[in-house]
Design a protein around this ligand. Structure first.
Ligand SMILES: C[S@@+](CC[C@H](N)C(=O)[O-])C[C@H]1O[C@@H](n2cnc3c(N)ncnc32)[C@H](O)[C@@H]1O
Length: 291
């Protein structure tokens, strides 16, 4: 069984703190698919399946994954000697104009590692690095190499989720983590997700439910319970997480940033399954190697 590692990115809505709770519900599978990969915390936390397909509509994110997968040394060289400062962050954000895909990956990676909560929607991408709680630039190379190893033979695409679900082979397991139903997610992500998209997702999953296994994570709201009244099991879950921030965020009234240093938060979500936990063979859960 291969090792569990951390996501290479900081990612808004990432499932790092919920990963063990989620993995307890994942059945054994040969084909693993994430239509909404983001930071991929569940893919990185679990043992790799025989076949793996990671998708995200955000092509700028997929471009970074492809560089980490196929040319990690080039990306490491492009980031060599970097320091994490607000000036460099501003330079990458406002001045640097990437001339090719490698430079796009370099810019995205730097901003992601140094921005508050990994928010990559440029309107809300602020400096948010702290030596105590962020990965230091001297460790970025090792993280890129570890990630590259785990990404070997993984298929990447940047399609809309419908195509992924339509094309998923029979009996595949899909971990589905769409943007929240009741939150202003457009603040966080480059691709927006509307009410119609939530309904479209529900319909598409229902259409394929007889031939695929899936687990969906969502905010715990009445609308989502109503949409998924056809699911086999819905589990209500809570977990704790800690939030860190820099002084920059203290002064803002922006809701995405009005939190106190080291504050504890509570994640509350529902896990929606189209199978019964007790009827499937459970997945083996690896221990986390690098924190
Ligand atoms: C909640 S995040 C996923 C977080 C991820 N599970 C993690 O642990 O980091 C949702 C992702 O859906 C992507 N997305 C938004 N609209 C999409 C669409 N129509 N099809 C596929 N992906 C989409 C966003 O770019 C974002 O990365």
């Amino acid at each position: 069984m291969d090792k569990a590692i951390n996501s290479p990115f900081r990612y808004a809505g990432g499932k790092f703190y919920a990963r063990n709770l989620i993995l307890q519900h994942v059945p054994a599978h040969k084909m693993y698919i994430e239509p909404f990969t983001g930071g991929g915390s569940i893919f990185f936390a679990k043992a790799k399946a025989k076949n793996n397909w990671l998708n995200d509509l955000d092509e700028t994110l997929v471009n970074v994954y492809l560089h980490i997968q196929n040319s990690p040394e080039e990306l490491i060289a492009a980031l060599k000697g970097e320091i994490a400062t607000k000036e460099r962050h501003n330079w990458y954000k406002n001045i640097f104009k990437p001339a090719n895909n490698l430079e796009r990956a370099q810019r995205w990676y730097y901003l992601n590692r140094t921005s508050y909560s990994g928010i990559m929607n440029m309107q809300n991408c602020y400096w948010g690095y702290g030596d105590k709680y962020s990965m230091r630039p001297e460790n970025w190379g090792a993280s890129i190499l570890r990630t590259s190893e785990k990404l070997k033979d993984v298929r990447f695409t940047s399609f809309d989720f419908e195509k992924v679900i339509d094309d998923a082979p029979d009996n595949a397991f899909l971990f589905i983590d769409p943007p929240y139903y009741n939150a202003d997610q457009d603040k966080f992500y480059t691709c927006s997700f509307s009410l119609d998209d939530h309904i479209r997702l529900c319909k598409k999953l229902k259409e394929h439910s007889h031939r695929l296994k899936f687990m969906i994570t969502y905010d715990n709201s009445k609308e989502v319970w109503d949409l998924y009244d056809w699911a086999v099991e819905i589990h209500e879950k809570e977990w704790n997480y800690t939030i860190s921030r820099t002084d920059d965020q203290k002064k803002t009234s922006d809701k995405t940033q009005s939190i106190t240093k080291g504050a504890r938060g509570k994640g509350k979500e529902i896990f929606i399954l189209n199978y019964s936990d007790s009827s499937v063979k459970q997945l083996e859960i690896p221990t986390l190697e690098h924190v």
